[in-house]
Ligand binder design. Structure first.
Ligand SMILES: CC(C)(COP(=O)(O)OP(=O)(O)OC[C@H]1O[C@@H](n2cnc3c(N)ncnc32)[C@H](O)[C@@H]1OP(=O)(O)O)[C@@H](O)C(=O)NCCC(=O)NCCS
Length: 257
């Protein structure tokens, strides 16, 4: 730890030889991960070396990789537990709105080999409209995914004059997951929850726009979206407009979150 008590990732990587666990810890980890090895500590050391991301939070390190998370006490270097990533998905609260700029930025598709845009890109009015004064209009609905107290993903809808707008009865989706947490089913879990929130608020359809070459097109199709239109967006990208039928009939209930 540094003098402010903040856990530094480097401390863990430089002290791997100090990793240890209890007999109960080893048994728990073997059981949770269905590990066949008797050398649980050796397995954990290799896992830390190959981790996608290590987050120091409170008194622990959380080490993520291959859809798993290993929890290590930062003071004693004891491996406490390990389990598959299991994000909690919940309805977005007003206190979560502060994270929307980050998730809006993460939602921007960067084709392979293309330059990574700076964060200022979200100030483009055509992009900023997805979060401007969020929570103030009907159709402003959302969910977040939380892992060990950290928000790692967000999905939200709005009825705004944006690119995927169809009409005022169809809220348009925006979604992203932090890069190290993609591909573990968190997006699917968030969307299924958001569909329920939309239905509970009386909506029967939701729309989106997505660049044709974004792998997320497959993800949306798997979740029941269908392509309804193809068009060029404001900067000339080829996009699909997609719609998902949520089932049920439209009611007038329009509570806000
Ligand atoms: C799209 C996204 C929200 C999906 O969430 P997820 O938790 O990764 O998705 P799941 O694990 O439930 O499903 C995996 C699917 O997500 C998509 N996906 C996975 N990694 C991705 C990535 N880096 N970028 C875009 N889509 C990705 C793929 O379609 C994948 O399905 P496949 O394995 O059949 O190719 C997430 O990957 C993401 O944030 N991507 C970058 C931002 C983005 O493209 N947002 C959509 C803008 S329209």
């Amino acid at each position: 730890m540094n003098e402010k008590g903040v856990v530094m990732t480097g401390d863990l990587l430089q002290n791997l030889d100090k990793l240890h666990t209890t007999d109960m810890g080893a048994e728990r980890i073997r059981r949770n991960l269905d590990l066949q090895t008797s050398n649980v500590v050796g397995w954990c050391k290799a896992f830390v070396e190959q981790a996608d991301v290590i987050i120091g939070q409170g008194k622990n390190w959380y080490v993520y990789g291959r859809g798993l998370v290993v929890t290590i006490n930062a003071k004693s270097f004891t491996v406490i537990t390990a389990h598959p990533i299991k994000c909690k998905v919940r309805v977005m609260r007003e206190s979560d709105y502060a994270c929307l700029p980050e998730f809006l930025y993460q939602a921007i598709f960067i084709p392979e080999g293309a330059a990574v845009p700076t964060r200022e890109i979200i100030n483009d009015p055509q992009i900023f409209v997805y979060i401007k004064a969020f929570g103030s209009q009907p159709g402003d609905l959302g969910v977040v995914a939380e892992q060990d107290g950290q928000i790692v993903g967000a999905a939200w809808t709005r009825i705004i004059p944006a690119f995927g707008h169809i009409n005022d009865d169809i809220p348009e989706l925006a979604i992203s997951i932090l890069p190290d947490f993609r591909g573990y089913g968190i997006g699917s879990k968030m969307l299924n929850r958001l569909f329920k929130v939309l239905r509970d608020n009386g909506y029967t359809r939701t729309s989106l726009s997505v660049q044709k070459d974004n792998p997320a097109v497959r993800f949306y199709e798997r979740l029941g979206y269908r392509i309804t239109e193809e068009k060029l967006d404001h900067v000339g990208h080829e996009d699909f407009i997609m719609i998902k039928d949520l089932g049920g009939s439209r009611s007038v209930k329009r509570a806000r979150i």
